[in-house]
Design a protein around this ligand. Structure first.
Ligand code: THU
Length: 132
């Protein structure tokens, strides 16, 4: 069976990053065990670009799953690349505090962390109890 990291590495090859030249691949495992992949997709209007993690999450939601159990992100970087702030919040929406996030480089460096460690004190639904 293909590992989550292999899936992230595989989809990274298809990243569309002509502006930054920085290709990122992300793979997430849904509760069903299925793997969903995403890569960064840039745009000439730079802010319209999307991150690899966001693409993987879209793929999971489109397939009908809403909970993720593991995440892997890979890039060609001197050190494992941490998800940006926005992607931390996006991952937190669908994973648990102790959900493992593997950050990797194409040279073989690995860093294992969790969604909770990436986004301490996150904004969650509990903050909106007076919203109705
Ligand atoms: N990028 C991701 O796709 N994920 C990350 O975790 C960090 C950054 C992308 C966005 C942009 O296309 C390129 O990397 C440079 O920032």
């Amino acid at each position: 069976m293909m590992s989550l990291l292999d899936a992230a590495q595989d989809v990274r090859e298809r990243a569309y990053a002509p502006y930054s030249k920085f290709k990122v691949g992300a793979a997430i495992r849904g509760e069903s065990g299925a793997i969903y992949r995403g890569c960064n997709v840039e745009n000439v209007a730079y802010p319209e670009g999307t991150c690899a993690e966001a693409g993987a999450i879209s793929s999971m939601i489109a397939a009908g799953e809403t909970r993720l159990t593991k995440v892997a992100v890979i890039a060609d970087s001197p050190n494992p690349v941490p998800p940006c702030g926005g992607c931390r919040q996006k991952l937190a929406e669908f994973g648990a505090e102790d959900t493992v996030v593997i950050l990797a480089t194409t040279d073989g460096a690995r860093l294992e962390t969790t969604i909770g460690d990436l986004l301490p004190g996150r904004f969650d639904a509990g903050h909106m109890t007076n919203a109705s």
